[in-house]
Design a protein around this ligand. Structure first.
Ligand code: ADP
Length: 192
């Protein structure tokens, strides 16, 4: 069972940079200027145009950096994906108990940006579960609930229901098979 919500969500073991989707999500840091992990892989595979756009976003809209929980969109450069949505996950233990709220916001804001552009498919890495230290089981529960609330308008306290309609495929990409298994064990796609 790797499909959820009537096939709208798929869990895959793969590389985020190889996804042929409308948008891939980058687990960025607030500088937007690149880093290790997913961030490094996306900039390496996507080429310098993505970094140029990120620099421009810093200059114009986010001189202090992109806050945790927020998301911005750039083109996909040389990636198979047309767009990259950069979101900054919470650093576990550094937000005074607001970590889950901020991690959910990363997913919600990324999905909202994709829907606003009329995109149909998006691929996420497991945001914050690498260098940012978010426990994988907890992140599975939070991220799956956030995606569920976005895709199922009746369970969401979100007024922009019409925006949701364009997204038909949400991929969750795990590098490691054991991370995918852990996700499957702790996901909360079924309504509580
Ligand atoms: P963060 O700083 O938000 O914790 P990381 O990039 O350090 O982000 O890691 C996020 C998760 O993505 C980790 O679980 C890591 O194993 C995984 N990961 C790293 N590289 C890739 C990749 N190329 N494709 C998919 N997942 C990846």
């Amino acid at each position: 069972m790797t499909d959820f919500l009537n096939g709208q969500v798929r869990v895959l073991i793969d590389d985020i940079t190889a996804q042929q989707v409308d948008a891939v999500v980058n687990a960025a840091n607030s500088t937007l200027l690149g880093g290790a992990g997913v961030d490094g892989a996306i900039h390496r595979a996507g080429g310098p145009s993505i970094l140029e756009e990120c620099r421009e976003l810093r200059r114009t809209r986010y001189p202090e950096g992109l806050p945790a929980g927020d998301a911005v969109i750039t083109t996909g450069g040389n990636l198979p994906a047309r767009f990259v949505i950069h979101t900054v996950g919470p650093i576990y233990g550094q937000h005074g108990g607001r970590e889950a709220e901020l991690l959910a916001a990363c997913y919600r804001h990324s999905l909202t940006l994709a829907a606003e552009r009329g995109l149909q498919s998006i691929a996420f890495p497991a945001i914050s579960t690498g260098a940012y230290g978010y426990p994988k089981a907890e992140a599975a529960a939070v991220s799956s609930a956030a995606i569920r609330d976005f895709l199922l308008p009746e369970s969401a306290a979100d007024e922009n229901v019409a925006l949701h309609s364009t997204l038909t495929e949400v991929r969750l990409i795990f590098f490691q098979p054991r991370d995918a298994r852990m996700f499957m064990q702790y996901q909360k796609f079924e309504k509580p």
